[in-house]
Ligand binder design. Structure first.
Ligand code: PMT
Length: 223
C-alpha cells in the first residue's frame, strides 16, 4: 500500500483545454488532452488527498475517487477554481486555459464573408494568478508553463508575476512530449530551488510532482 501522506489534505487540480465559443457551432481551443492534469489528480488521490478535478472538455476517463467538475470556458473554470481553491490546501493549474475569448459570442451561426475576416478577442481572467492573490485561505499554488522557447526564463517570469509557490516548466517543442502524448518531461522551479524530471510516463511524473509538493509542505517524504 502507498503511504497516505496526504491524508486530510485537499487538492484542487485544473486539467484539459478550455473551449471559447465563437457562435453556436464554432470555438477556439488547443491540443491539451487532460492527461497530465488527470494524472496529477490521480497521484494526489493515491497518496490520500481529497481531490477536486476541474476539467475542460476531454476524452479520457476520470480517475477513481476524485470529484470532477466539468467546465467549458475559462470564465466557467475561473468560477469553479476560486470557489474550490479557498477550501484547498494545494491548487495545481495544469489546464491550458485560452488567454483570449471572443468579444461577442454570436447568437447565430456566423455567415461566410469576404476573403478575409477578423474576430475581436478580449483577455480571459488569469485563473492561477487570481488563486495566488487570494488573501484568505490561499492554497499552496502550483502553476505550469508550457513554452516552446526560453523555457526557464519564461517559467521563472510566470512564477514571479503570478506569485506562485512553484511552477512546472514544460518544454512543449519536443516531439512525443507535452500536449496530447502519454509522456512528458518537466523542470520544477521554486524561488530558491529547482528539480529536473526527465522524460517519463505522465502518471509516473505526476507522482513525483505530487511528492515534491508534499515535501515542500513539510510532510514526511515518500520513496
Ligand atoms: O493535457 P495534456 O495533453 O496532458 O498536456 C499537458 C499540458 C502541456 C497542457 C500541461 O503540462 C501544461 O503545460 N499546462 C499549462 C498549459 C498552459 O496554458 O500554460 P501557460 O504557460 O499558457 O499558462 C501558465 C499558467 O497559467 C498555467 O498554470 C495555466 O493553467 C495558467 N493560466 C493561463 C492562462 C489563464 N488565463 N489562466 C490561467 O490560470
Amino acid at each position: 500500500p502507498v503511504p497516505q501522506v496526504l491524508d486530510g489534505k485537499v487538492f484542487t487540480v485544473t486539467a484539459g483545454p478550455t473551449r471559447e465559443a465563437l457562435d453556436p457551432v464554432r470555438y477556439i481551443t488547443n491540443h491539451s488532452s487532460g492527461k497530465m492534469g488527470y494524472a496529477l489528480a490521480q497521484a494526489a488521490r493515491a497518496l490520500g488527498a481529497r481531490v477536486n478535478l476541474i476539467s475542460g472538455p476531454v476524452n479520457i476517463q476520470a480517475p477513481q475517487g476524485v470529484d470532477v467538475i466539468y467546465v467549458n470556458s475559462a470564465v466557467e473554470m475561473r468560477d469553479a477554481a476560486i470557489t474550490l481553491a479557498e477550501k484547498s490546501d494545494v491548487f495545481i493549474g495544469c489546464a491550458a486555459v485560452a488567454d483570449y475569448r471572443a468579444a461577442d459570442i454570436s447568437e447565430q451561426k456566423i455567415k461566410k464573408q469576404g476573403d478575409e475576416m477578423t474576430i475581436a478577442l478580449v483577455k480571459n481572467p488569469d485563473i492561477i494568478a487570481e488563486v495566488a492573490a487570494l488573501t484568505q485561505n490561499r492554497p499552496y499554488t502550483v502553476g505550469f508553463a508550457a513554452e516552446t522557447q526560453d523555457v526557464k526564463k519564461y517559467a521563472l517570469g510566470k512564477l514571479k508575476n503570478k506569485q506562485l509557490n512553484m511552477i512546472c516548466a514544460n518544454d512543449v517543442s519536443q516531439e512525443g512530449l507535452g500536449f496530447n502524448s502519454d509522456n512528458n518531461a518537466l523542470t520544477l522551479f521554486w524561488e530558491n530551488d529547482q528539480q529536473s524530471l526527465p522524460a517519463s510516463n505522465k502518471k509516473e511524473l505526476a507522482l513525483t510532482v505530487v511528492k515534491a509538493i508534499a515535501g515542500k509542505l513539510g510532510l514526511p517524504s515518500v520513496k
